[in-house]
Design a protein around this ligand. Structure first.
Ligand SMILES: CC(C)(COP(=O)(O)OP(=O)(O)OC[C@H]1O[C@@H](n2cnc3c(N)ncnc32)[C@H](O)[C@@H]1OP(=O)(O)O)[C@@H](O)C(=O)NCCC(=O)NCCS
Length: 342
């Protein structure tokens, strides 16, 4: 029996929300560690041991963030058995849509056939999906929306230097979408979120690009996109030491004990970070833990919905099970919540 997310402050006529469906999109191109090592000075053994990654997906040159988002969204919408015009809001969590405006979300809304939905993007890096789930839950519970489409999508290969060995093996591409809608019981626990903005520099974009004019990047083959760079060790230490207490707070807020979880689906940043969190949470061995990073790499905002879909499809966890989600990344920012799986 899945654990029940406690209603800590019951109110008359209170509305609830739940994740109704999940859909993922993985670009067809599988890139092995051997292929990555043709570009960086590294080895398959080092990458596996330090990150847990064996292969990842890279999008094709013409495959865009919106293409991937729409593919994942259409899967989630069809599984939810609703029509796209029932969606009140489209939220896209991404840090790799290459335009400031108009948003990726408006293009997704247009392409799924609902150009009237409220639509906006979230820039919360690897925490973006959990930020979106928290917002969607509050929008539905507050009566502002009925169905909300939340998509985590990244084409990180456009925003990293694939020849940089500190990062070229880690990040990858993909999209995951969930349809969140009304529920008679609480299907999403309170979101515990926040930031450590004093560590903004730990993951950032090379600032020299900011001096460029739009168009320069395309006109000059020597210029690169504003590549993401990262202080890997600092982020690693922050995640290992600071994120388990946040996960514990999310469990407490939902009134669920770690031992009663049916799955732990953390952001797929690094398998060693996941192992350290499992240890710090004293998660019993009967709770399945996602290690989707093995064949997906770190897909930032897309990693949690992709991992969720993979666990459900493999039968590692059943529909209706209770899962702890936690996302964390550039900002530094984080968000966690307990959810009932679709
Ligand atoms: C990136 C990451 C895998 C690197 O692992 P690490 O164990 O911290 O590695 P370090 O940077 O300490 O480097 C260790 C050694 O490996 C070397 N090294 C670095 N990259 C390498 C690579 N790709 N291949 C082989 N050796 C490499 C370093 O030069 C260093 O060598 P030295 O000991 O001789 O000086 C790890 O720091 C990480 O995952 N950090 C968090 C990243 C993350 O989650 N970012 C996104 C936010 S969600």
């Amino acid at each position: 029996m899945p654990a029940v997310i406690k209603d800590l402050r019951p109110e008359r006529d209170e509305k609830f929300a739940r994740i109704i469906s999940v859909g993922g999109y993985r670009p067809p191109r599988i890139v092995t560690n051997a292929e990555v090592c043709e570009r960086i000075d590294s080895t398959d053994e080092w990458i596996k041991e330090r990150s847990g990654i064996e292969s990842r997906r890279w999008a094709g040159p013409t495959e865009s963030v919106v293409d991937m988002a729409v593919a994942a969204a259409e899967k989630a919408i069809s599984k939810a058995k609703i029509t796209s015009d029932q969606i009140s809001a489209v939220i896209v969590a991404t840090i790799t849509y290459p335009y400031q405006t108009p948003s990726a979300a408006t293009d997704v809304a247009l392409r799924i056939g609902n150009p009237k939905a409220a639509a906006f993007d979230i820039s919360a890096a690897c925490a973006g999906f959990c930020y979106g789930v928290g917002l969607a839950n509050d929008l539905i519970r507050g009566g502002t929306a009925e169905y909300v489409l939340v998509i985590g999508v990244e084409k990180l290969t456009d925003f990293i230097d694939l020849d940089d060995r500190s990062i070229g093996f880690l990040f990858a591409d993909g999209a995951g979408a969930v349809l969140i809608g009304p529920s008679s019981t609480r299907g999403i626990g309170p979101t515990v979120w926040g930031s450590d903005a004093t560590a903004r520099e730990a993951i950032n974009q090379k600032s020299s690009w900011l001096a460029l004019k739009p168009g320069d990047v395309h006109e000059n083959p020597d210029l690169h996109w504003p590549e993401i760079q990262m202080q890997g060790q600092a982020v690693f230490r922050w995640a290992v030491w600071q994120m388990a207490p946040i996960a514990t707070k999310a469990l407490e807020a939902a009134g669920v004990a770690a031992a009663d979880l049916d799955a732990f689906i953390p952001h797929q940043a690094n398998a060693r970070i996941i192992d350290a969190m499992v240890k710090a949470l004293a998660l019993p061995s009967h709770v399945p833990v996602s290690k989707d990073i093995k064949n997906s790499g770190n897909t930032s905002a897309a990693s949690i919905p992709l991992a969720m879909e993979a666990m459900l499809e493999s039968g590692e966890v059943a529909s209706g099970g209770t899962a702890l989600l936690i996302g964390f990344g550039a900002g530094l920012v984080y968000a966690a919540q307990v959810v009932q799986l679709p």
